[in-house]
Design a protein around this ligand. Structure first.
Ligand SMILES: [Fe+2]
Ligand SMILES: [Fe+2]
Length: 245
């Protein structure tokens, strides 16, 4: 499957990033009320840690898959995730918060991905990407601050493309799988997605509540996106998810 267009996408996106990042007013003083700022710091610290490790194992696994275009695209994808971590670090500085060096949920997530092969790693990673769509999408729409909204909007644009990137490779990987294998993968994948969604909705609940994004609605939004992606990847539908295209 050709992945050259993804190399083009990530390279083109770099110019967009430079323009958007230069226009974000990180030097303004933050006047977000404390009842939002504090849970926002707690939440952004965890996402910053997660973004800094997203896909770290991917390039070596992608190289082993033997597709040079995919390998190049995977390296550019990881570079974008590193940019997200750097942006969230700047956001934490703006909010008056500090980054964290470890969190149990991140350790579980990274440890799990180290143990598994490329396809399973991408399935776990895709869950994180889909959660990120609603998380950053919610902040883009509801955060009471222009800098927070600008950072979230900048990241969620990338995350939409990341989900498409992952689902293309995964769908191709299931092309020759029997129906029973796809049903099994789909079911196990759903378990991971539900578990991750519940953990994020609870763990980041104070922030979701502070910005007026009900946890239940957040969970429903994440799982609706996930359902569309999982059906497409496991070849239960021919068309890509509408919200992702
Ligand atoms: Fe990201
Ligand atoms: Fe991503």
């Amino acid at each position: 499957m050709p992945f050259g267009h993804w190399v083009d996408h990530f390279e083109r996106n770099d110019a967009v990033h430079a323009r958007v990042d230069a226009a974000t007013e990180f030097d303004e003083s933050c006047i977000i009320p404390d009842h939002v700022r504090r849970p926002l710091i707690d939440s952004a610290r965890r996402f910053q840690l997660g973004e800094s490790g997203d896909g770290a194992q991917l390039p070596s696994k992608a190289a082993a898959a033997g597709d040079t275009e995919y390998h190049s695209a995977a390296k550019l994808f990881v570079a974008e995730e590193q940019q997200h971590a750097a942006l969230l670090l700047r956001l934490l500085g703006y909010l008056g918060g500090q980054p964290m060096s470890s969190h149990w949920s991140d350790a579980v997530f990274v440890g799990l991905r180290r143990l598994i092969g490329l396809r399973t790693e991408l399935m776990v990673l895709t869950v994180a990407e889909v959660v990120a769509l609603s998380y950053y999408g919610g902040l883009t729409a509801m955060a009471p601050d222009p800098v927070v909204r600008a950072v979230a909007a900048r990241i969620v644009d990338d995350e939409h493309a990341h989900v498409r990137f992952q689902q293309e490779w995964l769908r191709a990987g299931f092309a020759r799988s029997a129906l029973v294998s796809r049903v099994l993968a789909f079911s196990l994948w759903w378990c991971v997605a539900i578990g991750a969604t519940v953990v994020v909705a609870v763990d980041h609940g104070p922030l979701l509540t502070a910005i007026g994004y009900r946890r239940l609605r957040f969970a429903r939004d994440v799982l609706a996106d996930f359902d569309a992606v999982a059906r497409y990847v496991c070849r239960f539908t021919a068309d890509g998810p509408r919200s992702m295209t």
